[in-house]
Design a protein around this ligand. Sequence first.
Ligand code: NAG
Ligand code: NAG
Ligand code: NAG
Ligand code: NAG
Ligand code: NAG
Ligand code: NAG
Ligand code: NAG
Length: 837
Amino acid sequence: MRITTCTNLFFVLITLCLVFLDVGIATDIVTSSEFIKDPENITSRGGNFTLGFFSPENSTNRYVGIWWQPLFTVIWVANRNQPLRDSSGSVTISDEGNLVVLNGQGQVIWSSNVSKLGSDSTCKLLDSGNLVLQESKSGNNLWQSFEHPSHVFLPGMKLASNKREGAKINLISWRNPLNPSLGSFSFSVERLSLPEVFIWNETRPYWRTGPWNGKVFTGVPTMRSFYLSGIRVEDDGQGNVDLSYAYVDEAGFSINILNSQGNYQELKWDGEKREWLVTWNSHQLKCDVYGTCGPFASCNSQKSPTCSCLRGFEPRNKEEWNRQIWTSGCVRRIPLLQCERANNLNTSADNIADGFLKLQMVKVPDFADGSALTLKPDTCRSQCLENCSCIAYSYDAEIGCMSWTGNLIDIQQFSNGGLDLYIRVAHTELDKERHMRMIITVTVTIGTAVVVVCAYIMWRKISKHHARKRNSKGSHQFNGGGTPAESTSKNAIVELSQVKLQELSIFNFGKLVTATNNFHPSNILGQGGFGPVYKGQLQDGQEIAVKRLSRASGQGLEEFMNEVVVISKLQHRNLVRLLGCCIEGEEKMLIYEFMPNKSLDAYIFDPSKNELLVWKKRFNIIEGVARGLLYLHRDSRLKIIHRDLKASNILLDGELNPKISDFGMAKIFGGTDDQVNTRRIVGTYGYMSPEYAMLGLFSEKSDVFSYGVLLLEIASGRRNSSFCDNENPLTLLGFAWMQWKENNISPLMDPRVYDPDLYKYIFRCIHIGLLCVQESASDRPTMAAVISMLNSEIVDLPPPRKPAFILTQDMLGSMSFKKGNSLYSLNPVTISEIQGR
Ligand SMILES: *[C@@H]1O[C@H](CO)[C@@H](O)[C@H](O)[C@H]1NC(C)=O
Ligand SMILES: *[C@@H]1O[C@H](CO)[C@@H](O)[C@H](O)[C@H]1NC(C)=O
Ligand SMILES: *[C@@H]1O[C@H](CO)[C@@H](O)[C@H](O)[C@H]1NC(C)=O
Ligand SMILES: *[C@@H]1O[C@H](CO)[C@@H](O)[C@H](O)[C@H]1NC(C)=O
Ligand SMILES: *[C@@H]1O[C@H](CO)[C@@H](O)[C@H](O)[C@H]1NC(C)=O
Ligand SMILES: *[C@@H]1O[C@H](CO)[C@@H](O)[C@H](O)[C@H]1NC(C)=O
Ligand SMILES: *[C@@H]1O[C@H](CO)[C@@H](O)[C@H](O)[C@H]1NC(C)=O
């Protein structure tokens, strides 16, 4: 009797145990014994994704799908075209090991369709939203929902196309918002030699991104740079080109949906309001629809009429065109003669060579041919000219030459971003164009001259201190040296002439040639923002640094002017001093005091030198840079934001005092406006604040961010941009934060420079650095506060919040990528242009 009770009890216990265990395990898996039956469901471990049965609104059809739990959002559907008509369905593992959906009669209505299966498999719903069929024993993946997506693109997924087999992993829209069956729109990677992403309406293209250049899609100016968007296109070497994306901003969850109208949208989860925000949309403008204007026309959503023929072309059907029916497009006005003549008459083609008309800032047409990377845009031109089938070319520094042979279709005009397209036209067309341009140039030049003269007279009148008579030769030569193409910097020139009328010494070019030994390469000190910097010695023995605007760079001119304008107005012991400039003919140079100890990066990141920088010196540099920056932000007459603060822009004098240099990017403010939105984002990755890098918003707090990065670099002796090893997924910022939270910063420090006796001071410094790199600009202190903190005038520091960019990009994506396309530019050069959204 007793024994039986005991046995019974034991039995009950075991059963209970088993039941509990079962329940514990079974929440996120399906096996042949643990199947789900409508309306049951399973949830991923973290609780954000659920696999189960659902019915769209106003429908009785049942579908098996995965949804995002916080706000019922379906991200994947199994039986899209085979709905269950009642709620008797179930999901299980079939005898041969496939994941299957069965109807009430036990018939398979949907299967994962894997052919070679072992015996025993398990299906698991992961926290990423991926449903994975695994071999139970080995854990090998047999099938996963991420490789068979529905209409939603999630981080961790790859959309792919195969060059040889033509196999594709793509998104397919729902038929309508209430019907998950296969709709008419799809989203896929195409044109695999120069990959781009397309949305198709059945078989017709409906939208395209323009070619991928390794960083961005060239035809999507609103796209964040890939450094920030996490979007990546890669060739895996096996003929697969795939598209993937990763979270960059780990604070928010976002998904991408191809909706049933063929619109691809990025939705970001707003945790507070508990709703999705549409943060990006493929079809924002009329011109986003593929080929709106037909061949040889360009589409500009901001203009009316939207479509216009390319220069040198006219409507194929004038009457239709006037009624705004664009589909037949445009045709060439004057036939191309060069090739015809050369073929038929066997004459030299020189005198009738075709030319090219430039179209700026466009989404280049579809069907580009890429050729091997060329360093010079000029080669693209000659290549195209030589080949009679080439009717247009374009150049992108990352892609090289692109050329077109057929119809030029789907050209979209942007107001910023995009590429320049050169369209082949007959040489008579070019003459006409030249004539026009001449008229315009003359008008503009005269206009500008009048404005400059007026401004000058005004200035003369207003100015109380009469300027001394200037050497008019310099300014005359300067104007003579400019070409019409340089009209972009006219404002700068006006300003420059004002500056020059004040107190800027002009150096004689000949003197500088002598001083630098004819710009001998051995005298190069480094690369400034817009050209090389040479060391020189004047006849009186004074050493100087000469920054020479490289002649090739058109962009540099603007930065050159900017630097002159900014720095000539500033004087502070922590800013590099401008001695004068030299402008003669094509030569434009700035002459600075010479800094014998070069730039800070050469010191702190050079193993042989960084030991020379004891903590006291380091702190002196940290403080000096802060003072220089405060002067820029507040104490000078103007408010100036440097925008490109980094170790290589801090120069060290003989006593290792820091001097901020390189004002090519700096921005002057009137005084009251303190946050500005810019289209053109300039700066250096690793030092750029998130709001600036992502949104193009900058304020003095963006400089504070860069300063914080610099501070952490100086204090730790480690470089932010190359702070990554395999064990460590964190950036310097992230690592510093973690270590600070653990109250132990020793691992952060470069052992060669670390002095444990000074732990307290270093810790405090790191703390201040962390306050400067906080994600939200409003949390960051001003430079004035930073100086008070450094001087311990402010004793109690607030705890820093999580910094921006704590994870290295490597960790954000699970996949590896080619070296050339490495997310992190290890070499901390200034990038000149990325687009904010
Ligand atoms: C998921 O399952 C739980 C418990 O089985 C149930 O309460 C819940 O309503 C189900 N959710 C849906 C959307 O069917
Ligand atoms: C689930 O979503 C919330 C809200 O976006 C997020 O905070 C949380 O980290 C997610 N959990 C998992 C396990 O992904
Ligand atoms: C569902 O049906 C009701 C009643 O016919 C209608 O008012 C509602 O708009 C429908 N919902 C959707 C999403 O169409
Ligand atoms: C599985 O294979 C069968 C036959 O090859 C096919 O009819 C069915 O559509 C496939 N199902 C899926 C989900 O691919
Ligand atoms: C998609 O194509 C169909 C014809 O195949 C057409 O009727 C429909 O208007 C197109 N949809 C869009 C959004 O252009
Ligand atoms: C063109 O000139 C070349 C040599 O100059 C000659 O060999 C060729 O026959 C000529 N072709 C025609 C069509 O005249
Ligand atoms: C001209 O260009 C076409 C298309 O890019 C190419 O197929 C052809 O080989 C080129 N011809 C020559 C002579 O380079």
